[in-house]
Design a protein around this ligand. Structure first.
Ligand code: NAD
Ligand code: DAU
Length: 339
């Protein structure tokens, strides 16, 4: 089987490619990635010489380029990870989110329709459900929870999800959607909470906690997400949405304190800064459907996963130090100075 993986030079797509080439050595994996600020070829260095792996620098919105690629590679399935993924950037500049996340999704699905009704999987997010109140720990997102977005990012992902379901109903495209909670693990771009706090802690820089740090996220080790996607692509029911998450809710401030403790630093590094606009309070996934239908369960406990992740950042300093020494610095100054 030949699988096109979009956005494979990013965090989850890159981890997925590593996982997939090991788990299914008989498959060919063709990665396409535009290499935006979030795409990093060094993430794919461990697989670059694998004879079942190919990389193309390509924008998923480039219809001509995408069609040419489908003609050359004749894929059996497409897994769309490519996206603008950072909420804070979407608040600053929504337009590119609409372009990549919505138009790019439509372009990839049009190619799937044109070249033989190819199996299509959309990697979506629990953020399409909006948020849950902090004082109702009994509430969870199920696949039936109404779409109710907060940020330009989540709205663009929700728009894409609706298009995916429409392509199934209207054209009979064989699609599935996964909606996952917050991932953490190796190769996570240091603009996101966990890698940002690890990098700042290691550099003895202030740790910028939004608001009071009481917002809750439901964390999943990235490899568990990759396994869930693999199962859905192989065994999921066509036209269905699957929520993915591991019942691991934590307050932001508790994550930051845990990182400080693991790295032997001091809590005086914590700096409370102005809250994110429209900040979602709590995410919490009910994964009953994927568990009952596909037998998926998360395998990595948070206590182990966070240690492995911190170890990875300690052992792979060159990967993230190169990122934070470049254009990232301008981004950081713009987002955090005088906040
Ligand atoms: P990321 O920002 O780390 O990586 C995105 C990748 O997509 C980068 O390599 C980038 O170069 C590429 N890309 C961006 N625009 C492109 C375009 N127009 N054409 C081709 N490539 C393009 O993102 P991530 O955290 O790995 O997220 C991957 C997917 O998973 C996204 O769709 C995101 O919405 C979803 N998701 C992420 C999380 C999370 O916690 N990170 C959780 C649930 C769902
Ligand atoms: O739930 C899935 C989503 O998780 C994905 O769809 C997104 O692509 C991914 O970026 C992530 O979104 P979040 O907004 O939850 O992740 P982020 O790491 O940006 O922030 C996590 C929490 O930490 C959030 O409540 C905001 C807070 N935060 C974040 C940063 C970057 C801080 O307090 N300080 C920070 O500097």
């Amino acid at each position: 089987m030949t699988i096109i993986v979009t956005g494979g030079a990013g965090f989850i797509g890159g981890n997925f490619i590593h996982y997939h080439l090991k788990a299914h050595p008989e498959d060919r994996v063709v990665c396409i990635d535009k290499l935006t600020y979030a795409g990093n070829l060094s993430t794919l260095a461990p697989v670059k010489d694998n004879r079942n792996f190919r990389f193309y620098k390509l924008d998923i919105c480039d219809r001509e380029g995408v069609y040419k690629l489908f003609e050359e590679e004749k894929p059996d399935a497409v897994i769309n990870f490519a996206a603008e993924s950072h909420v804070d950037r979407s608040i600053e500049n929504p337009e590119i989110f609409l372009q990549t996340n919505i138009i790019g999704t439509a372009t990839m699905m049009d190619a799937c329709r044109k070249y033989g009704n190819i199996r299509y999987h959309q990697v979506s997010t629990d953020e399409v459900y909006g948020d849950l109140p902090l004082d109702r720990p009994d509430l969870f997102f199920t696949e039936e929870t109404p779409i109710h977005t907060s940020s330009p990012y989540s709205s663009s992902k929700a728009g894409a999800d609706l298009l995916v379901l429409a392509y199934h109903r209207t054209y009979g495209l064989p699609v599935t959607i996964s909606r996952c909670s917050n991932n953490y693990g190796p190769y996570h771009f240091p603009e996101k909470l966990i890698p940002l706090m690890i990098a700042n802690c290691l550099n003895d820089k202030p740790l910028p906690v939004y608001g009071e740090g009481l917002n809750v996220r439901d964390w999943l080790y990235v490899e568990d997400h990759c396994k869930a996607i693999d199962l859905i692509v192989r065994k999921g029911r066509i036209g269905e949405v699957y929520n993915v998450g591991g019942h691991n809710e934590m307050k932001n401030i508790d994550i930051v304190k845990l990182i400080i403790k693991e790295l032997g630093k001091d809590e005086t590094l914590i700096t409370y800064v102005t809250d994110r606009k429209g900040h979602d309070l709590r995410y919490a996934i009910d994964p009953t459907k994927i568990h009952n239908e596909l037998g998926w369960l998360p395998e990595t406990k948070f206590a182990d996963g966070i240690k492995k992740t911190i170890r990875w950042y300690l052992d792979n300093k060159s990967w993230w130090e190169e990122i934070i020494s470049g254009e990232y610095q301008n981004y950081y100054d713009k987002m955090y100075s005088n906040r």
